[in-house]
Write a protein that binds this ligand. Sequence first.
Ligand code: DGP
Ligand code: NA
Ligand code: NA
Length: 203
Amino acid sequence: MRGLFIVLEGCDRAGKTTQTQLLQKFLQARDRTCELAKFPDRTTSLGITINSYLQGSQALSDQAIHLLFSANRWELIDSLESKVKNGVNLIVDRYAYSGAAFTSAKGLDIDWCKSCDKGLLKPDLVLFLDTSNKTMSKREDFGAEVYENLEFQSKVREQFHLLKDDSWKIINASGTIEEVQAEIQTHVLTLLNQDSYAPIQRN
Ligand code: DGP
Ligand code: NA
Ligand code: NA
C-alpha cells in the first residue's frame, strides 16, 4: 500500500513544526513508516536564495520570489512522490497553499499565484492550523523574517480561507499543544483506517 501525503498549513507561529513532529511520533508508534518534509527546503541552491530573501539580505520582485518558492517544490516533488509510492507516509510542513496565500496577500492575482503549482502531487489531507488574529497577537514573538508581522499575517490568513477545498480540515490552533495534536490525530486516523487509498493524483 502507498503512503499518505499529509500537509500542514497555517500562518507563521501557528505551531506547524511542533505538530508535524508529534504526528510523526504518533504514526511511528503505530508501526507506520513516516518521514517529514518542509517547504521551503532551504538546503538546495534555490532554497539558499529563498532563505536570503526571507532574511532580508536579497531583494527580489514579488513575482520572482513566488516562482522560486514554486520551483523549490517542483525540484523535490518527484523524490517525495516516489517515497509515497513506496509506502512512506509523508508529513509536509507547508506546501503550494502557502505559495498562493503569501503571494496573493501582497496583492497579486490569486489565479496567477496558483498556476505555477498546477501538476504538483495532490495531498490526501490538508490540516490547516487556524490561529485567530487574537491568538496571533499573543504570539507576537515573531522572528526577523520578512513576512513575520501581524498585519501581513492576518491578510495571509484571509487568503488561506479563500483557498480551502474539500481536502482541508480546519484545526483550531489556539488550544494547547496536546489539544491541537488530538484533533490532528483524529483526522489522520480516519484516513489510516481506510482499507485502500485512492490513486495518487496530480493537482
Ligand atoms: P517557514 O520556514 O515555514 O517559517 O516559512 C518561511 C516563510 O516563507 C514563511 O513566512 C512562509 C513563507 N512561505 C512559504 N512558502 C511560500 C511560498 O510559496 N510563497 C511565498 N511568497 N511565501 C512562502
Ligand atoms: Na517563519
Ligand atoms: Na514552521
